[in-house]
Ligand binder design. Structure first.
Ligand code: ADP
Ligand code: MG
Length: 323
């Protein structure tokens, strides 16, 4: 096998900010990202693709909501599974096309993936991840009363449901992913961070929660022994003082400096690496290296090739590299 890499792509790179998220739009975006992944595979990497699903699962929830008078409700775990299937299908098709166009005959296969979380995780007492559509205060309070939801007011844009975001502990289908890799497949797994399940009465049970895709991707990456974790998002590099006048783009971070900046920033309001966007990527990067990984690259899809050549992106490494 070649060098094994996990490439984690943002849900935003399949539905871009401002788009309605039509299926043709999602296919077109998936194709653009797939070109860069296919180039990587052409360079000899074995790849597992993971992806976020925020915008897509948001639409599934809204659709379910608009259909409440005619159809039964959908729990969050099955919404996550639906999004894994549909997004996996799209990536399978377009990445398969891009590989064939490069003369590479490899099957791309999606594994519907469950991820075990701890029922005792603090996140269950402190739901914090906003999901789905916006509501008026009145609607939100009715949901709270009638459906037992937790709701918050989201920065003047309206009210939203919040759910727990527990840490992933075990990728249930990790062996299936390894077997597909060994058979030469390109695998898509832990879509949307995986379907969160808890262990109960000797079995598994889906829960109303969302797992961060960066944390789930790093867990899977360590499980399968990947040496490289690429977190592909919509910035070419990580910055210090992001969006401020004194913003500085970073070429490289060590575990130590990443942790120092992470903590340093957190003396301030939001920090260098805020929770819910860059924060989990940095923490996942550190955890991946501590779990045996060799290198983390954070960049955007267009820059993956140049980042592999060391020309751009932000690398996180165990120690300072000579370059
Ligand atoms: P994804 O869907 O890929 O997980 P996120 O929106 O969660 O994307 O995180 C990526 C975003 O993080 C960037 O678009 C950028 O706006 C934001 N961001 C926050 N802090 C930083 C930082 N220090 N450096 C670069 N980008 C940052
Ligand atoms: Mg994110």
């Amino acid at each position: 096998m070649g060098r094994l890499a996990v490439v984690a792509i943002g849900g935003n790179s399949i539905t871009k900010t401002g788009q309605r998220g039509t299926i043709p739009e999602q296919f077109a975006n998936a194709r653009t990202t797939s070109r860069h992944i296919a180039d990587m595979i052409a360079r000899g990497y074995d790849v597992v693709v993971t992806h976020g699903n925020g915008p897509q699962v948001g639409n599934i929830l809204l659709r379910a909501e608009l259909a409440t008078t005619v159809l039964p409700p959908l729990p969050l775990d099955t919404c996550g599974a639906d999004s894994q299937g549909a997004m996996g299908y799209m990536i399978q098709q377009v990445l398969g096309d891009e590989l064939r166009a490069r003369g590479i005959d490899r099957t791309v296969a999606t594994v519907v993936t469950q991820v075990v979380v701890d029922a005792g995780d603090d996140a269950f007492r402190n739901p914090s991840k906003p999901i789905g559509p916006f509501y008026t205060q009145e609607e939100a309070e009715r949901k709270e009363r009638e459906e037992g939801w937790n709701v918050i007011e989201d920065a003047n844009r309206g009210w939203r449901r919040v759910v727990p975001s527990p840490m992933p502990e075990r990728v249930v289908e990790a062996d299936a992913i390894k077997a597909l890799l060994a058979a030469g497949c390109v695998v898509i797994g832990v879509g949307g961070g995986g379907i969160p399940v808890i262990e109960q009465d000797g079995g598994l049970k889906g829960v109303e929660a969302v797992i961060d895709k960066d944390h789930a991707s790093r867990l899977l990456a360590n499980d399968i022994g990947a040496e490289l974790l690429i977190i592909s998002t919509d910035v070419e590099r990580v910055a210090l003082n992001f969006g401020e006048e004194n913003q500085t783009w970073l070429r490289e971070l060590t575990i130590e400096s990443a942790r120092r900046y992470y903590e340093e920033g957190h003396f301030y309001e939001e920090g260098h690496f805020p929770g819910g966007s860059m924060g989990p990527k940095i923490l996942a990067g550190i955890a991946f290296l501590e779990g045996g990984g060799r290198e983390v690259i954070i960049t955007d899809p267009e820059s993956i090739g140049r980042a592999l050549d060391g020309e751009t992106g932000t690398r996180i490494t165990r120690q300072e590299t000579a370059a």
